[in-house]
Design a protein around this ligand. Structure first.
Ligand SMILES: [Mn+2]
Length: 373
C-alpha cells in the first residue's frame, strides 16, 4: 500500500462529514435521550462535548483502522407494525461497549436520518431541494437525503476506497439491509468474488411490495436477489411467521430456507450440515450475515417490532454462526430490528436488556470475525 492510499480522498471525507454524524446521533433530537447520547460519547471519545470535531478527526484513522467498520442507520421508516428500531444504533452500541470493551472495530458513525423519509426515488424535486437545504445548507447539493439512499451512496464509495474492509450495519428496520447488501454484493462482484447471504429472520422478507412500496422491511430480500450470482445464494434461517409454506418461497424465488421448526426437529448439527451442503460446490468466497433479532425466540428477543415465539435459542444461532465462520470469511453483516422502547412482553427494562444483550453477543461475534479479514 502506498502512502497516498492511507488517507481518505477529499470527496469521500466530505461525503462522510456531510451525510453521517457522530455514533449514536442518528436519531435527531434536541433533548430527548441526551444523557444516553452523552454516555455513549463519553465512552467512545472520553468526553461528551465537541463530539462533532472529535468524530471528524477519528475519520482520518479509518484507512489504518480495523477491517470491521460499524455504521449506524437509525431509521425505522421502512417498518410498520411496531416501530422504534430507530433507537437500535444508540442502545446496541452502549451494550457492546459495556459487555465487549476489547472489541476491535472502527465506528464510522451514524447516517443522518430524516425520520419521515425512506428512499429518494419516492420524493418529488421540491422536497429533495428543501431537505438538501436542511441537511447540507445547499438545495443544489448532490448528496442524497433519505436513509436508504444515503446508505447506498456512502457504501458505494466506501467499498471503492476500501475493498478489504467490511461494514457492520446497525438498524433500524430491516429495509436498511437493502442498501447494505446491495452495495456489498455489487462491490464483491467487481472484486470477482462470489458472496452468499445468510439471513436470520422469523419472516421471509420476500414480498414484492407492501401497500405499493417496494423497499420496506417485508420486501428488501426480493430486490437484492438479482445482485447475487444465483438466487439460491440467499439462505434464510429461523423462518416461522409466514402466510405461505416453505415450498412457495423456494419455488417462487429460488432461495433456500431453514425454518425454525426444522432446526428444532433436526437439531443444529444437521441444520449446519444442510447449509454447508447448499454452499458446497457453489464456489462461495465470502459470506454476508443479515440478522433480524426476531429470528431469536421472543423469550430472549421481545424488544422488537414483531416478536415471535418458537424461534431460535441464542445458543442455536451462535452455533450456526460459529460453524459458518469456521469455514467461510464473514466480510459483511448487520443487526436489525432491535427496538429498545418497544417491548411487548410486559417485562419492561429486563426484557429490553435481555434483547440488547443477545443482540450484542451476536454482533460482537460477527465484528470479531470481520476484524480477522
Ligand atoms: Mn426482517
Amino acid at each position: 500500500m502506498n502512502s497516498q492510499s492511507r488517507s481518505l480522498t477529499t470527496s469521500f471525507k466530505d461525503k462522510l462529514e456531510n451525510c453521517l454524524c457522530p455514533p449514536g446521533n442518528g436519531v435527531f433530537t434536541v433533548n430527548t435521550a441526551k444523557e444516553r447520547k452523552e454516555q455513549l460519547h463519553q465512552a467512545i471519545f472520553g468526553q461528551a462535548t465537541d463530539v462533532d470535531t472529535l468524530w471528524k478527526n477519528t475519520l482520518n484513522q479509518l484507512p489504518e483502522a480495523s477491517n470491521a467498520v460499524i455504521l449506524g442507520i437509525a431509521s425505522d421508516c421502512g417498518g410498520g407494525i411496531l416501530r422504534g428500531a430507530n433507537w437500535g444504533p444508540l442502545f446496541l452500541r452502549s451494550t457492546l461497549i459495556e459487555n465487549y470493551s476489547e472489541l476491535k472495530a472502527f465506528d464510522m458513525g451514524d447516517v443522518r436520518v430524516i425520520p419521515h423519509l425512506l428512499a429518494d426515488k419516492y420524493l418529488n424535486e421540491a422536497t429533495i431541494a428543501n431537505c438538501r437545504k436542511a441537511l447540507y445548507q445547499d438545495e443544489n447539493s448532490n448528496y442524497c437525503i433519505s436513509p436508504l439512499s444515503i446508505t447506498e451512496d456512502v457504501l458505494h464509495d466506501f467499498y471503492a476506497e476500501f475493498p478489504e474492509k467490511g461494514i457492520f450495519g446497525i438498524g433500524g428496520d430491516h429495509s436498511i439491509s437493502y442498501p447494505l447488501t446491495k452495495a456489498y454484493l455489487q462491490a464483491k462482484k467487481k472484486q470477482g468474488k462470489r458472496a452468499a447471504i445468510i439471513h436470520f429472520d422469523a419472516h421471509t422478507d420476500l414480498l414484492v411490495e407492501r401497500l405499493g412500496i417496494d423497499l420496506c422491511f417485508g420486501s428488501w430480500c426480493t430486490h437484492i436477489l438479482d445482485d447475487l450470482h444465483e438466487h439460491h445464494h440467499l439462505i434464510q434461517v429461523g423462518i416461522r411467521s409466514s402466510g405461505k409454506p416453505k415450498s412457495h418461497w423456494e419455488d417462487t424465488f429460488g432461495v433456500k430456507q431453514h425454518w425454525a421448526n426444522e432446526v428444532k426437529e433436526q437439531g443444529v448439527e444437521k441444520t449446519i450440515e444442510n447449509i454447508f451442503a447448499q454452499l458446497d460446490g457453489e464456489n462461495i468466497d465470502e459470506l454476508y450475515v443479515s440478522f433480524d433479532i426476531d429470528a431469536i425466540d421472543d423469550s430472549y428477543a421481545s424488544a422488537t417490532g414483531t416478536p415471535e415465539p418458537d424461534g431460535l435459542m441464542p445458543e442455536e444461532a451462535m452455533a450456526i454462526l460459529k460453524a459458518l465462520a469456521a469455514k467461510y470469511p464473514i466480510t459483511g453483516a448487520d443487526m436489525m430490528e432491535i427496538a429498545p422502547f418497544t417491548d411487548s412482553s410486559g417485562r419492561g427494562n429486563e426484557a429490553r436488556d435481555k434483547t440488547l444483550s443477545v443482540g450484542a453477543e451476536i454482533s460482537a461475534f460477527l465484528l470479531e470475525e470481520m476484524a480477522k479479514n
